[in-house]
Design a protein around this ligand. Structure first.
Ligand SMILES: *Cc1c(COP(=O)(O)O)cnc(C)c1O
Length: 426
């Protein structure tokens, strides 16, 4: 495959955009080379500016769970765009999508829409602090909750690939209110709570971690967090920006049977347009302005185009009884195929998978937290990435990312992907 046009476009972009990209994970810093410029996409495939066709495993980092340019979403947006694109006044479609989301997700009565996952998590934590009247939060090393200041403390994939886990510009005053715990280590969380008695507003967690590769929670871990939260008047915040409307209709809460107090959404909920949301039971949500004292706002929040795209996406997921099982089946098929190849080639690897989230770690030991994820062999990953790309398979350009499976993938695509793995270790 040739990337002449992409290289030229990247050089032009670098002159006027820092690093040539509008989000660092798009750069190829972790794997070397220059990013690929997309011209268009349909279903499971990307078509780049050089005329290459790629099977896509990032799917805009999650949103395109039913494939690119999904017809109901495209039609809903086209219909809306002709009627005005933003009013700064309420519209009926906001209630429609809110009612549908509330009906699909357990334990939530009300939902507020924002423009990104970052905003959702940032607002959820402000709400938790306002509601509990406490300042500190616990987050887990390797979990990503967007790029707002409180969260840029060992924040997973993007921050890790670039070797700057704690960003300059985050004040020490802010950082001191974020307490860092080890994922899958209940004992560690318990100690932190003990040392900060009565000061912790919330524990925020990716219920299935997806930003240090895919790391499912160990049996009993989330249950244990729920008990600790109940015992210490701490709110449990599930960041379901990645897992929401992906692992099940009701996300990780439904799949794993754990109740969160506040839930954050993004990615799938916007159908590929910029949308985030956070939700909780009525008592908590009523703390938000204009009903309550916690301020949160947005000029473009609940934007009609974004709501139309999100509504079409949620409707499609809600009406298709088998979609989440189909996604899980495809992911399992891929897991088995890749495992077989890597066994045959005697490659050191660990594959983690839950539902339609999967990641290949070139590490020997079980990957259960940030430290074990970081032990993967990055040189092997780099070579693997570029070889897959040569075979027309686009996986995320970082060893710390989950692969996002879309329902648009056919078993033929999966077989091609497995064959490309075989080729990578020829
Ligand atoms: C992507 C992601 C975010 C941030 O969402 P943005 O829309 O990029 O701001 C937050 N939390 C998790 C778990 C994510 O995967």
């Amino acid at each position: 495959m040739m990337y002449k046009r992409s290289s030229e476009l990247f050089i032009a972009a670098e002159k006027v955009i820092p690093g040539g990209v509008n989000s660092p994970v798009r750069a190829f810093k972790g794997v070397g080379g220059t990013p690929i410029f997309v011209k268009e996409a349909k279903g499971a495939y990307l078509y780049d500016e050089d005329g290459n066709k790629l099977i896509d495993y990032i799917n805009s980092w999650g949103p395109m769970i039913l494939g690119h340019a999904f017809t109901p979403v495209v039609n809903a947006v086209i219909d809306k765009v002709k009627k005005g694109t933003s009013f700064g006044m309420p519209t009926q479609i906001e209630t429609e999508i809110a009612a549908l989301a509330v009906s699909m997700v357990p334990n939530i009565d009300k939902i507020r829409f924002v423009n990104s996952g970052t905003e959702a998590c940032m607002s959820a934590v402000r709400l938790a602090r306002g509601f509990t009247k406490k300042d500190k939060i616990i987050k887990f090393a390797g979990c990503y909750h967007g790029h707002s200041d409180s969260f840029l403390i060992q924040a997973g994939s993007g921050a890790m690939t670039f070797g700057s886990p704690n960003s300059p510009g985050v004040t020490s005053g802010t950082a001191k209110d974020t307490l860092l715990a080890r994922y899958n280590d209940l004992e560690n969380v318990s100690e932190i709570i003990k040392a900060n008695a009565k000061e912790i507003a919330c524990i925020i967690i990716e219920p299935v971690a997806g930003n240090m590769g895919c790391i499912p929670p160990k049996k009993g871990f989330l249950e244990g967090l729920r008990l600790l939260c109940d015992a210490h008047n701490i709110l449990l915040v599930f960041d379901e920006v990645m897992t929401g409307f992906r692992l099940a209709k009701g996300g990780a809460q439904e799949l794993l049977g754990i109740k969160a107090d506040i839930v954050c959404f993004g990615k799938v909920i916007g159908g590929g347009l910029p949308v985030g949301a956070f939700a909780a039971r009525e008592e908590i949500m009523n703390y938000l302005a204009p009903n309550g004292p916690v301020y949160q706002a947005g000029t473009l929040s609940g934007n009609p185009l974004a709501m139309a795209a999100g509504l079409a996406m949620l409707k499609a997921l809600n009406e298709d009884k088998d979609v989440f099982q189909r996604l899980a089946d495809k992911t399992e098929y891929l897991h088995k195929g890749i495992s077989k190849v890597l066994e045959n080639k005697k490659v050191v690897y660990t594959i983690n998978r839950l539902g339609s989230m999967i990641s290949v770690h070139f590490a020997k030991e079980e990957v259960v937290d940030l430290d074990s994820s970081a032990k993967g062999n990055n040189e092997t990953f780099k070579a693997f990435f570029h070889s897959m790309l040569k075979s027309g398979i686009y996986i995320a350009p970082s060893a710390f990312e989950t692969w996002f499976i879309t329902d648009a993938l056919t078993y033929e695509d999966l077989d091609k992907t497995i064959a490309a793995c075989d080729n990578a270790f020829a």
